[in-house]
Design a protein around this ligand. Sequence first.
Ligand code: NAD
Length: 424
Amino acid sequence: MTEKFSSRIPGFYRKPIDERINIISEKMKLSEEDVKVLKSRGGLALDAADHMTENVIGTISYPFSVAVNFRVDGMDYLVPMAGEEPSVVAAASNMARLMREGEGIKTSTTEPIMIGQIQVLEIPDMEKAITAIEENKKMLLESANELDPVLVKFGGGAKDMELRPIETEKGEMLIVHLLVDCRDAMGANAVNTMAEALAPTIAELTGGRTLLRIISNLADKRTVTVRCKVRPGDIGGVEAVDRIVEAWAFADADPYRAATHNKGIMNGIIAVALAFAQDHRAIEAGAHAYAVRDGRYRSLSRWSKDNEGNLIGEMTLPMAIGLVGGATRSHPMAQVARKILGVDKAVVLGKVMCAVGLAQNLGALRALTQEGIQEGHMKLHARNLVVMAGAEGEMINKAVELLVESGEIRFPKAQEIVQKLKTR
Ligand code: NAD
């Protein structure tokens, strides 16, 4: 990506689809083949789908969009997002525009460490078992790394272990955590393979019986932190900043609100995850488990006002994502998504995903504290309804306008309006 690259494309949403594709192709140097994939209504051939999972009889496609205006750590990004929910891409793009005015989004990350868990039961002497594993840690890590020379070559591999005795309904157990640097992989296969291979030696060293050997989706050692500053003038003034901070405080204090608040964050994150064929269940599970890490489910983000009245947003999230392995390599749309975002490092995808989550959160907070969520939503809903009712081309905007004006945003009304416009 060049220094001059700009993700700021005013009026992108108003352009016809072909023109949008041309703009993105030109900016991101997409090939003819990439454009064919974009126009192929999902990009996944039936036989490819059949190799991906079981009992396949078809494929399902979602709208694949590009969020504009994102600036993360001084670099501009066009962000592929997939999903069925209206308003999400529009809100992300709008908020990214405000965030870039206030110096863009800044990020920091941990190393990409995932946790593999080995469950050990019936240990005769817990203290002795722990000492035995500690004394043999080097040997255990080396034998784990022998299993994945490719990962080690890229600077990853098993790095450390943690030993956690826990009390359960079935007695005391020792949970061995194998900490694996997964580099650009999500890592589940890599980590599970290592955990399974170490289990017999761990059983021998501890004198116990091993049972589960599986990755943890609470990826709290693989996190991304994002931070943004929005100037009060860009978000509706000082009062608007105060309202947003108050709305956040509600979410942080009340799990009923926090669930919806965090769902809004995941609207953005999962849309990017879908566009990249990520294991979005892993990301979702990690986020919600992280949200309850101190014993109470709370907001994943934090919004505050600085001394100059700017709105400051911050969020730390586990980011178990990969750009090698899984479907991200085999799904043609995910390959095009990678070219559009212009990334080949999983950590960069993680930063951008988190940035989108924060932007999405701000979009929801702004709408909820100002015009209410329904106004924007209903406009997009109106658009869907008139298209369903048969409006095409230029008629769409006129039909949406009439439907919104009617104050009755329902399908029969959309049909009536479209019929009238067609017989004009
Ligand atoms: P994978 O095993 O297909 O690919 C990872 C491997 O790629 C590494 O082990 C390494 O050998 C190699 N590699 C090449 N270049 C690399 C680089 N630059 N960085 C890192 N590794 C590199 O995939 P994975 O990421 O281990 O597993 C992901 C899959 O596992 C997903 O499809 C996920 O759905 C699935 N899964 C998830 C869970 C869970 O989340 N609980 C459980 C089981 C399986």
